[in-house]
Design a protein around this ligand. Structure first.
Ligand code: NAD
Length: 492
């Protein structure tokens, strides 16, 4: 599959090509994308600037309906799009199809909520009338990661467009195919310049975020790229939304049942998409006395459910990792854990199709100090440390001792107690008796703090991120003169 860029209402099919190999069969190509240049980015941004006024002034209901119809039409064949995602990312096909179906639901959710959330709100009391109006920023530069290419791009494009912005999106060069197919189909149904797609690596990304045409930056990816973008945005005081990496802890409390269904949710919370999910479980904390039993239960459930193999095979539940570089990085991480005295348990079964693929066997590691990089850094692979604790206070202190603060989870028979404990965890989200895909909701705003980012995607806040509030105030009491503060009789 070859994909173009989409600039100013038409496909751009000439230029260098970015080839994307299939991580399960690296000698085969999943497809190619036309590589962009700084000039392409500038052309797209100028077109966005021209398109914005008319798009932003369209009646809200009309705009929302245009975006809804365009996305739903373009998402009409989840199986075809899912097959492409599986080929370029290596995630198993059913999971990839689920990603596409989820975007359909996201689109319906935002279309239903947008009129209420983005429409004007008027309040009036004896002091005056206040009208709150949501105004689009203008041109949004969106840059996304590869691990859930369609959902990550849609989480930005759908709300930003519905709010009235023009969007220029750069997907990751590691997964440009499915998302570009989708966005070109959407863009073709919208006025020229309203939605555009450019391709390239960091250099093209930097050209995009540093342009004076950009009014808002929305970024999903790693902390290093976010640092570059933040510096560029700061120079022009452009507002940013950052969705970055995590080192999510699952805190298993002493009263957690650890039945098979719960253990399976922890297992897939960690290993789904071979651990390459921002909100994956990346550390598990279990009470010391239950640790042996916990590891045994994880091994038993994994033997039944974790099957590493061809992502296109319906029997596979895990595919390869994204690049050779990541495969080598994870192998070194596991080797260093063994050298540091960690005990490495291999989980599940292998059904590898091509020895050359970027396979990393799912691995659970016990006996590591918290300071080991496998525990204190984001692994972003199928490698999970199990840490033991003696008191809950001690576990919370150790969980909070890492710089990442994205998600977290609490596992307990007492869900009220688990919710009450959640704010003690330094994170932007806490799943209760679930984690990762099993605990997701379109209605629950997700995002981190600190080096894990700012702001939220999903939920009402995910829509609100793409507009600013413009307020019109009609005071009933209009004071004049030098002492102009209005004072009402009951103000004392
Ligand atoms: P990355 O930062 O390497 O790349 C992300 C995007 O940024 C790509 O499109 C890349 O080309 C671009 N980019 C890289 N350097 C840039 C620069 N200097 N200027 C502008 N653009 C630049 O991240 P990745 O490897 O694609 O993704 C993995 C990371 O993303 C993990 O840390 C993961 O946890 C995180 N992630 C977070 C969320 C979330 O919602 N919080 C979701 C998915 C992934």
């Amino acid at each position: 599959m070859d994909v173009p860029m989409w600039i100013d209402g038409e496909p751009v099919e000439t230029g260098e090509w970015i080839a994307r190999e299939n991580p399960a069969r690296p000698r085969e190509f999943a497809g190619r994308a036309v590589a962009g240049t700084a000039q392409d980015v500038e052309r797209a941004l100028s077109a966005a600037r021209r398109a914005f006024p008319a798009w932003g002034q369209r009646p809200l209901g009309e705009r929302v309906e245009m975006v809804r119809v365009a996305f739903l039409d373009a998402l009409a064949e989840p199986a075809t799009i899912g097959t492409t995602i599986a080929a370029e990312v290596g995630k198993v096909r059913d999971d990839a199809i689920g990603e596409v179906r989820y975007v359909r639901q996201l689109c319906e959710y935002y279309a239903a909520e947008a009129p209420r959330l983005l429409g004007p709100i008027e309040t009036e009391d004896e002091r005056g009338r206040i009208r709150r109006m949501h105004r689009p920023f203008g041109v949004v530069a969106a840059i996304t990661a590869w691990n859930a290419p369609v959902i990550l791009a849609s989480l930005k494009a759908i709300p930003a467009l519905m709010a009235g912005n023009a969007v220029v999106l750069k997907p990751s060069p590691l997964a440009p195919l499915a998302v570009t197919g989708l966005l070109c189909a959407v863009a073709a149904r919208l006025p020229a310049g309203v939605l555009q797609v450019v391709h390239g690596d960091a250099e093209v990304g930097e050209a995009l975020v540093s342009s004076s045409h950009v009014d808002k930056i929305s970024f999903t990816g790693g902390v290093v790229a976010a640092g570059h973008i933040a510096r560029s945005a700061a120079a022009r005081l452009v507002p940013t939304l950052f969705e970055l990496g995590g080192n999510d802890a699952a805190l298993v409390l002493p009263d957690a049942s650890l039945d098979e269904a719960m253990v399976e949710r922890i297992l897939f919370g960690a290993y789904l998409n071979s651990g390459q999910v921002c909100m994956a479980v990346k550390r598990v904390f279990v009470p010391e006395q239950q640790a042996e039993d916990f590891v045994e239960r994880m091994r038993t459930v994994a033997a039944r459910t974790l099957r590493v193999g061809d992502p296109q095979d319906p029997a596979s539940t895990l595919g390869p990792v994204i690049t050779r570089k990541d495969q080598r990085r994870l192998e070194r991480l596991i080797a260093s854990a063994e050298e540091a005295g960690g005990v490495v348990h291999r989980l599940g079964t292998d059904h590898i199709v091509d020895e050359d693929g970027y396979w990393v066997h799912p691995t659970l590691v016990t006996g590591l100090p918290d300071a080991h990089s496998l525990v204190c850094e984001e692994q972003f692979g199928p490698v999970l440390p199990v840490q033991t604790y003696t008191t809950v206070d001690e576990a919370i202190e150790r969980i909070n001792a890492v710089p990442h603060a994205l998600g977290s989870s609490v596992w307990s028979a007492d869900e009220e107690a688990a919710v009450a404990l959640a704010p003690r965890l330094r994170a932007g989200f806490t799943f209760i008796n679930s984690h990762n895909r099993s605990g997701m909701s379109l209605r629950a705003p997700f995002g981190g703090v600190g080096i894990s980012g700012n702001g939220k995607e999903f939920g009402p806040e995910g829509l609100a991120s793409y507009s600013y509030l413009h307020v019109a105030h009609t005071p009933h009491e209009r004071a004049g003169g030098a002492n102009a503060y209005p004072v009402l009789p009951d103000d004392g």
